[in-house]
Design a binder for this molecule. Structure first.
Ligand code: PGA
Length: 255
């Protein structure tokens, strides 16, 4: 905590939980409270593609960023159902999640796809939030470190990291996502240290920001944010409920 200019990163992945109206209602509620969040909180919301533009319009003026949940790497063309990194950037989007475990495991996204998306995000000016993490089976067979290292190496392979671009990775153990079973903060901390080390090796002079994700709730968020190598959290379900998200924000403010 506080390793990056005194900022705590609170990133909200709304996944496909909220429809258009629900997204706008929640964004407006956040915009109304935003002044009280303070400078310490670096917040970004990742709504559905359908809601991203109006949500971004509401949040832009109050200092809350918006990001895509996924991007395609070709700028334009015959790719039915896809939206490119460049298209998101053109409507004011700042970030994009890349390689979220639900993309990898439910939609078959490969390390190659992740690398292409990283490249396209950087080229379009988006800040990628690269998600990595091991499955339960990989964890049970002692492969956690190896799996995460392979994912990181593949994602950053040959990338020319722009000097002014934040390098953000989310450590999200697959078994902890949407499961109600969160990773022990000490265990997450060890993985964060490893991720920082690998990223510094892969991208020279980088200063990686590493977020924890997977069943973060108001009652466990302080455990993560109190760890020195955990710069913030990427929250799914709890970020879609106004009361829970506000509780997470106030817990972070009090640190
Ligand atoms: P969760 O999701 O907080 O609902 O576990 C986290 C994520 O997938 O980013």
């Amino acid at each position: 905590m506080f390793t990056h200019n005194g900022k705590i990163y609170l990133f909200a992945n709304w996944k496909m939980y909220l429809d258009y109206d629900e997204s706008n209602i929640l964004a407006n509620a956040l915009a109304r409270g935003a002044k009280k969040f303070g400078d310490k909180i670096q917040m970004a919301i990742f709504p559905s593609a359908l809601s991203l533009y109006p949500v971004g319009q509401v949040l832009r003026d109050v200092g809350i960023g918006v990001g895509a949940q996924n991007v395609y790497w070709v700028d334009k063309g015959g790719y039915t159902g896809e939206v490119s990194a460049a298209m998101y950037r053109a409507v004011g989007c700042e970030y994009t999640l890349i390689g979220h475990s639900e993309r990898r495991h439910q939609f078959g996204e490969t390390d190659h796809d992740v690398r292409e998306k990283m490249k396209a995000a950087l080229a379009s000016g988006l800040t990628p939030v690269l998600c990595v993490g091991e499955t339960e089976q990989q964890r049970n067979t002692g492969k956690t470190e190896e799996v995460v290292e392979v994912q990181l190496r593949a994602a950053f392979d040959g990338l020319n990291w722009p000097k002014d671009k934040e390098l953000i990775v989310a450590y999200e153990p697959v078994w902890a996502i949407g499961a109600g079973v969160a990773c022990d903060p000490d265990e997450a901390m060890r993985m964060h240290e490893l991720i920082i080390k690998i990223c510094k090796n892969l991208i020279k002079n980088s200063d990686p920001v590493v977020l924890y994700g997977g069943s973060v709730r108001p009652n466990n968020v302080v455990g993560y944010l109190s760890q020195p190598a955990i710069d913030g959290v990427l929250v799914g379900a709890a970020s879609t409920k106004l009361d829970e998200w506000l509780e997470i924000i106030s817990a972070a403010q009090e640190l």
